[in-house]
Design a protein around this ligand. Structure first.
Ligand code: PBG
Length: 332
């Protein structure tokens, strides 16, 4: 008995690690391009792609570039596009988020024909790109965010995107009650087939920096800590998710992904709804910056971080690596 237990041969985990084929056979987590979603910035103010310095390989695109990027995403086997808009004009209340001729509805209409059934079209719903102050909601004269006054503005924007052909609308504003408000508005407009992907557990994060450059939506005063979640709270994230599912969200999201893998894992264990994770701009930029200095191997680091997010329990990953990662997955 004691000789058997102490025999080194019995517990050699390395037997199944000895070659790539064996490792692939027993892998618990598998990445596939179809689980990736590519964020795209549609800019009403540019007539040619305008590079985003802090997001290497990404650019703000005019509407007419959208079919090209959709073709690329489709042939890479990517699951979907997540659209963000930069409007021609901003105002106090972000009214242009619901402009049917704004960048996102125009892009959706341009994409509807080329995207086909293989590419899900997801429209981000938020006001921060559309407000002069850069906050995600309407602001009171005292300078606080007016949660309830924001809800109809978000619902109107979601309806316009749904009418323009979005398969999913994805509210990222973190106002309380917005999922119910959006579902109600969609149903009222007979848009019962449009799904809601709620950014349920969205943390107030320093990792959004490059995105705010890209989308020109940095708050002009204060920060987003009064409406986005506190990084210290994991149980509260589960309560946020439960509330959004109760309000009618079809899927939910945890964001950022890398620093919040515990939240992804806990949410996976608790909820059966599809779980999306957003590997945000700062996570992408950090890996790029380190690799530009020769400190890490970009491809291996990117795939490892995506694997970690999937292993934690994400069904779908929004990532700026989507096109590259899809190609890398195919190569190996
Ligand atoms: C808008 C929004 C943000 C991101 C997605 N939607 C920025 C923010 O909340 O400040 C961040 C995405 C990223 O960093 O890649 N509300």
């Amino acid at each position: 008995m004691s000789t058997l237990v102490s025999s080194p041969g019995r517990f050699r985990r390395s037997r199944l690690r000895r070659q790539g084929r064996l490792r692939d056979l027993v892998a618990e987590t598998r990445l596939d391009p179809s689980m990736l979603v590519l964020p795209v910035f549609v800019d009403a103010n540019v007539s040619a792609p305008s590079e985003i310095a802090s997001l290497p390989g990404h650019a703000r695109l005019p509407v007419r570039e959208l079919p090209r990027i959709a073709e690329k995403a489709s042939s890479a086997g990517i699951g979907g596009l997540l659209l963000f808009g930069l409007p021609g004009e901003k105002d106090e209340r972000g009214e242009n988020a619901a402009d049917p001729l704004g960048p996102v509805p125009m892009a959706l209409r341009a994409l509807r024909d080329v995207a086909g059934p293989d590419l899900a079209l997801i429209a981000d719903v938020c006001l921060c790109e559309y407000t002069t102050h850069g906050h995600c909601g309407a602001v009171t004269p005292e300078g606080t965010i007016d949660n309830d006054a924001t809800l109809p503005l978000l619902a109107a924007a979601a309806r316009i995107y749904a009418e323009a052909g979005a398969d999913l609308v994805a509210p990222s504003d973190m106002m309380d009650g917005r999922v119910a408000a959006i579902r109600h508005e969609l149903d009222r407009a007979d848009l019962t087939e449009t799904a809601i992907l709620a950014y349920s557990a969205k943390f107030a994060s320093s990792f959004y920096g490059p995105f705010r450059d890209a989308a020109d939506c940095a708050p002009q005063f204060g920060d987003r800590a009064a409406y986005q979640m506190d990084a210290r709270n994991g149980r509260e994230a589960l309560a946020e998710i439960a509330a959004d599912l109760e309000e009618g969200a079809d899927m939910f999201m945890v964001k950022p992904a890398g620093p919040y893998l515990d939240v992804i894992a806990a949410a996976r264990a608790r909820f059966d709804a599809p779980l999306a994770a957003y590997q945000v701009s700062g996570e992408y930029a950090a890996l790029h910056a380190a690799s530009a200095r020769g400190w890490i191997d970009l491809r291996r680091a990117a795939l490892e971080s995506l694997t970690g997010i999937a292993r934690a329990g994400a069904d779908m990953i929004v990532t700026y690596f989507a096109l590259d990662a899809a190609a890398w997955m195919r190569e190996r």
